[in-house]
Structure formats: C-alpha cells, structure tokens
Design a protein around this ligand. Structure first.
Ligand code: HMG
Ligand code: MG
Length: 325
C-alpha cells in the first residue's frame, strides 16, 4: 500500500566518498553507482559541483555526470541522480555537461525512463551561523541568497528538481546541542518558498536523539512544512540513527538518506562518521513491514565490495551480520 512505501536516497557516492583522503578512481565511482542502481535503489546522489580546493575527491563530478547521461546504468527502474551545487559557478559546470547531452535526461515535468534518468540539483544550507561559515564560507543569509539564484536557474534552464539540505539541525560541531528548531523551520520555509522541492534535514554530527528529533519535526509541522516535502539525513555517529528514523517514520516522514557500508563523514564536521548504512535502513524497514524496493542481499554485497575496494571497514552492522552468517 502507498502508506508502506519508503523512498531511500543513496548518498554513498557523494557523502560517502567526499571525505576520503586517497583519490578514488572515476572507474570505481562509476562502478559503485552502477552496482547501487541494480539493487533497487532509484535515487542516487552521484557527485558534487563544489570547489576542488575544498573537496578534492569530488573533482571528477563532471565526468560522472557525463557518463551517466551517455551510458546510464542498466536498471529495471527509472533512476534519479542528484548533484550538489552551492552556487552558480557549480551549477554552470553542471549545465556545461547538460547542454552537451540534451534529451539524455528527463526534466521535472517528464517522468524518467530506464534509459533517461531524472536529474536533481542539491543546495546545502546550515542551521547555525558557525557551520555555515565553515562549510560555505558565508553566513546563512548570504547562502540563501545564492541558493535562490541556483534554484531559479536550475528550474528555468533545465526544469530540474531541487533538493535543499539543512545541515546541523540536531547538533553542531561548533555550537553543540543548542540548535534552535524554529531557526531550522525558518530556513526550511524560506527554501521551500524559493522553489526547493524537498528539504533534507541533516543530522550532520549524529547528535540527534529521539526526543529532539520529535521536537524538531513537531516544530516543522507547526510551521506548515509538509511531511511529503521532508527527507531525513541521519548520520550514525552516536548510534542513534535508526531510533531517530523510527521517530521520523512515526511522524509521517517517508524519505530517508543512507549510505552503503555506512561510508562517509562531512569534511567540515570534525569526527563525524558516516551516514546511517543503507543495509541497516533496508533491514529495519523490512522488520516494520515497510517497502523500500531494495534487495537487502544485493546492497549488502555492494557494501562489502566498496569497503574492500577503498580499504575501509564495513560500518554496516546488518551488512557484517549478513556477511558473517
Ligand atoms: P569561496 O572560496 O568562498 O568561493 O568558496 P569564491 O566564490 O570566493 O571562489 C573562490 C574560488 O573557488 C574561485 O577560484 C572560484 O572559481 C572557485 P579561483 O579564482 O580562486 O581559482 N569556485 C568553485 N570552483 C568549482 N566549483 C564551484 C566553485 N565555487 C567557487 N562551485 C564554496 C565557496 C561554497 C565554493 C566553497 O566553500 C566550497 O566549495 N565548499 C565546499 C563545501 C562542501 O562541499 N561541503 C561538503 C558538502 S555538504 C555536506 O556534506 C552536508 C550534507 O551531507 C548534509 C549533512 O550531513 O548535514 C549535504
Ligand atoms: Mg551528510
């Protein structure tokens, strides 16, 4: 039934890899995206058009986008690929590739097909001034003014869907637990007014707890933000990601970000570990009778493969249990 349906957004190729110090080859990144697309995952964050001086690992995002348009992964389902773009410079770099491959992607008003993926641009704001400065080198108001231009251009030029992250919504590496949920609601409302299609609430530091997740979501609902416009982006640093996921599900949220093998960590959030593992979320949803459309064994295999490939420990509890069984 539609109420059982949960959408997972796989962020491993972007959030999972962006912080890796050793360069990961283009071939490995494309292989990862290809393997993920075969597990039943339909939304994959594939790269990031940010400054290579800031995040060198994402430097080949143009090539990734180009490849996905030229040779989309074979998948039984239509796919959506998203790319981060914090400013017009990043968006222009993405547009350069798009204009070389017109008619190779489905725009917002046309449904994607297996050989014509949908594309999505993601902007990323913060809930605290100190995180905004560290991550974007500007204050929140300046970042929002830039995102307004990015959202408008993404829609006007290529009719792209736009997701808007808000980082550190449940805890900030610089301001601690003291993040104001009303400020989060304010930023979310502004981004929606600018035309963002979805707000992804980032618990960047994993400091979120069940009661504070509930308080935040109540605050957003009270401000008029609709559950269907919200995605949760949990990091599992304190092991609370699935508890917080349960709270969000109960509240009515049906979109969740996750990263295969639990890969990841934000470069501007010291000590941050990976996103909640895709394997763990898929397993958890299955125990609740929710439908993710993702094949657990297949995604466990991808987690096993990519963690070995890049020499990281597999951070998925479920992945390790299934592989050890
Ligand atoms: P800046 O230095 O203030 O920008 O950086 P600027 O406009 O002054 O430009 C400086 C130089 O950067 C110029 O080059 C620009 O052309 C270049 P130069 O003239 O010196 O050779 N530049 C760019 N190059 C490529 N792509 C661009 C771009 N923009 C400027 N888009 C900027 C501002 C935002 C660009 C910079 O701070 C940046 O790239 N930051 C990266 C932040 C980032 O990627 N963070 C990680 C992703 S967010 C995240 O992980 C959180 C999330 O997962 C949710 C959660 O968990 O909370 C989403
Ligand atoms: Mg993140």
């Amino acid at each position: 039934s539609p109420d059982r349906r949960v959408k997972l957004v796989e962020v491993g190729p972007r959030d999972g890899l962006q912080n890796e110090k050793r360069p990961i080859s283009l071939a490995t990144k494309l292989d990862l995206i290809d393997r993920l697309a075969k597990t039943g995952l339909t939304s994959i964050e594939a790269g990031s058009f940010v400054s290579p001086k800031w995040v060198p690992q994402m430097d080949n995002s143009s090539e990734i986008l180009q490849h996905l348009l030229q040779t989309p992964p074979s998948s039984p389902h239509p796919l959506t690929f998203s790319f981060l773009a914090p400013n017009l410079k990043g968006l222009t770099n993405a547009f350069t590739i798009l204009s070389q491959h017109p008619n190779r992607f489905a725009s917002e008003d046309a449904a994607p097909t297996p050989d014509k993926p949908a594309l999505e641009i993601a902007v990323f704001a913060a809930a605290t001034e100190s995180f905004s400065r560290k991550n974007l080198n500007c204050d929140i108001a300046t970042s929002l003014a830039r995102f307004r231009e990015v959202i408008q251009a993404a829609k006007d030029t290529h009719a792209l869907r736009v997701r808007a992250y808000i980082s550190v919504v449940l805890g900030c590496p610089f301001e601690g637990y003291d993040v104001d949920p009303h400020r989060v609601a304010q930023v979310a409302t502004e981004l929606l007014e600018m035309g963002a299609d979805e707000i992804a609430l980032g618990d960047t530091t994993g400091m979120g707890t069940a009661p504070r997740t509930k308080e935040l979501l109540n605050c957003l609902s009270a401000a008029g933000v609709r559950n269907e416009d919200v995605a949760m982006h949990f990091h599992d640093t304190y092991g609370q990601a699935l508890v917080n996921t349960a709270v969000a599900l109960e509240h009515g949220i049906r979109t969740f970000d996750c990263s295969v093998g639990g890969l990841g960590g934000c470069p501007y959030s010291p000590g941050a570990t990976g996103n909640v593992a895709t394997e763990d979320v898929v397993y958890f949803m299955e125990t609740l009778g929710m439908d993710t459309g993702v094949d657990l064994d297949a995604v466990v295999d991808v987690g096993d493969w990519i963690t070995k490939e890049i020499g990281k420990e597999n951070a998925s509890t479920v992945g390790k249990a299934v592989l050890g069984a």
